[in-house]
Design a protein around this ligand. Structure first.
Ligand SMILES: NC(=O)c1ccc[n+]([C@@H]2O[C@H](COP(=O)([O-])OP(=O)(O)OC[C@H]3O[C@@H](n4cnc5c(N)ncnc54)[C@H](OP(=O)(O)O)[C@@H]3O)[C@@H](O)[C@H]2O)c1
Length: 352
C-alpha cells in the first residue's frame, strides 16, 4: 500500500489524541495536517492537555494547528474528523465536496440514507453507499461515518448472534467511562463517587444506529434491521472503557456454548485481508465469573483496545441469554474503528 497523507480535525480532543497515538505507528497513513477550532495557530504541545499514556509523539509536538478548512489540507487525501456534531455538520461536507475522503466520528451525518455507518467486521458491504453518495451529491471525495462509542461494542456482539440465532429483542444497560464525553465533558465534582443515570441523546442514538449497522443493503440505502432494542445509559467514574450488560431474545433456540462459539469464531474482511489495525479476534470471550472489567480488560487483544471483551454469558428462560461486554470507547468505539474504516476505504481502491 502506498503512503496516504491524512489530516486530523479536532486533534486536541479525547478522540483526536487517540488518532495521533495510533497513527504515529501506522504502516501507511502519514499525519500531514492537524486542524482545530480554538487551538488553530498554536503549537500542538502548547494547546493540548495530553491524557494518553506516554508522551506526545515527536512528529506532531511542534506542529502548528491549522484552521479546519479544505485549503489547509492540501497534502492530505483522507481526513479524520473528531469534532462536535454541530461543527461536523458544517465543515465535513465542505471537505468531501472538495475531494477529500472524510471519516467522521460525529453523529451529524450518521443516519443519512447515502452515508455509510461503518464497523468493518460487521458491515463492510455498506461501504458501497459511498459510490451512490458521490454520484448523487456530485462530490469528488466522500463522507463515511463511524458509530457512537456505545453502539460499536453492542453491534459487534449482536452481529454474530443475530446471524446464527436471529435476535428479536435486546435490553441493554450501560456503564460509560468519562472519556466518552470528551476532555471537557463531565466535571469531576459531578462524577467522582457518583453514577449519573442519563446521557443526553445517547439511548436514541444507540437504538437507531444499531438497526442501521445490522441492516441490509437495498439498492441505494440500508433497510433497518427489525429488532426491538431498549437501552439505559449511565455515566460512571471510570476513565476509559464502556461496560454494557445485555439481555437478548432470539427466534431460534440458543445455548450458552452455541453463543460463545458464534462470538469466538466471528471475524470479517479486516481479519481475512489482514488490515494493519484489525485484531486477530474481534471478540474475546472470557470464562471468569467477574470479567470483563474496564481497568483489566479494555486493552485486550492483538491490537490493544480493538477487541470487544465478552463475559458472564448465561442462559435465561426461553430463547434468551444475558452477557456483559466491554469496548474501549476511544479506540474500538472511536479512533481505532475509524482507522480500520479508512483502511477499508484504502484497501478497496477508493484512494487510487
Ligand atoms: N470520546 C469518545 O469516546 C467518542 C467516541 C465516539 C465518538 N465521539 C465523537 O467524536 C467527536 C469528538 O469527541 P471528543 O470526545 O474527542 O471531544 P473533545 O475532547 O471535546 O474534543 C473536541 C475537538 O473538537 C475541536 N473543535 C471544536 N470546535 C471546532 C471547530 N469549530 N473547528 C474545528 N475543530 C473544532 C476541538 O479543537 P479546539 O481545541 O481546537 O477547539 C477539539 O479538538 C464528537 O462528535 C463525539 O461525539 C467521541
Amino acid at each position: 500500500m502506498k503512503e496516504v497523507g491524512v489530516g486530523i480535525i479536532g486533534a486536541t480532543g479525547a478522540v483526536g489524541q487517540r488518532y495521533i497515538s495510533m497513527l504515529s505507528r501506522h504502516p501507511y497513513f502519514r499525519i500531514r495536517k492537524l486542524m482545530g477550532g480554538k487551538s488553530a495557530g498554536k503549537r500542538y504541545s502548547d494547546s493540548t492537555s495530553w491524557i494518553i499514556e506516554g508522551d506526545i509523539p515527536e512528529e506532531v509536538a511542534d506542529e502548528r494547528i491549522a484552521e479546519a478548512k479544505p485549503e489547509s489540507a492540501k497534502e492530505c487525501e483522507l481526513i479524520f474528523s473528531a469534532v462536535p456534531s454541530e461543527v461536523a455538520k458544517e465543515i465535513e461536507p465542505k471537505f468531501a465536496s472538495s475531494g477529500f475522503f472524510v471519516v467522521s466520528e460525529a453523529s451529524a451525518h450518521r443516519m443519512h440514507d447515502d452515508v455509510p455507518l461503518m464497523i468493518p467486521e460487521v458491515n463492510s458491504e455498506h461501504l458501497a453507499l459511498l459510490k451512490i453518495q458521490r454520484e448523487k451529491r456530485r462530490w469528488k471525495g466522500g463522507l463515511v461515518t463511524t458509530p457512537n462509542c456505545t453502539t460499536t461494542g453492542l453491534a459487534m456482539v449482536l452481529k454474530p448472534l443475530h446471524d446464527v440465532f436471529q435476535i428479536s429483542k435486546v435490553v441493554a444497560t450501560t456503564m460509560q467511562a468519562v472519556s466518552g464525553a470528551g476532555y471537557q465533558g463531565v466535571p469531576s465534582m459531578a462524577i467522582i463517587e457518583n453514577v449519573i443515570p442519563f446521557i443526553k441523546g445517547e439511548e436514541e442514538k444507540v437504538v437507531r444506529e444499531t438497526k442501521k449497522i445490522l441492516g441490509k443493503m437495498n439498492y441505494d440505502s440500508i433497510l433497518q434491521e427489525d429488532i426491538k432494542i431498549s437501552v439505559s445509559c449511565n455515566r460512571v467514574s471510570t476513565l476509559d472503557g464502556h461496560l454494557e450488560t445485555v439481555y437478548l431474545e432470539t427466534k431460534d433456540s440458543i445455548s450458552v456454548e452455541g453463543a460463545k462459539n458464534a462470538l469466538r469464531s466471528f471475524s470479517g474482511l479486516p481479519q481475512r485481508d489482514k488490515f494493519p489495525t484489525a485484531p486477530k479476534r474481534p471478540i474475546i470471550v472470557r470464562e471468569e465469573a467477574d470479567r470483563p472489567q474496564p481497568r483489566l480488560d479494555r486493552l485486550s487483544g492483538t491490537v490493544p483496545g480493538m477487541s470487544v471483551v465478552v463475559g458472564r454469558v448465561r442462559k435465561e428462560e426461553g430463547n434468551a441469554l444475558q452477557l456483559t461486554l466491554l469496548a474501549h470507547n476511544t479506540i474500538r468505539g472511536a479512533a481505532g474503528n475509524a482507522i480500520l474504516t479508512a483502511e477499508l476505504i484504502a484497501e478497496t481502491g477508493y484512494l487510487e
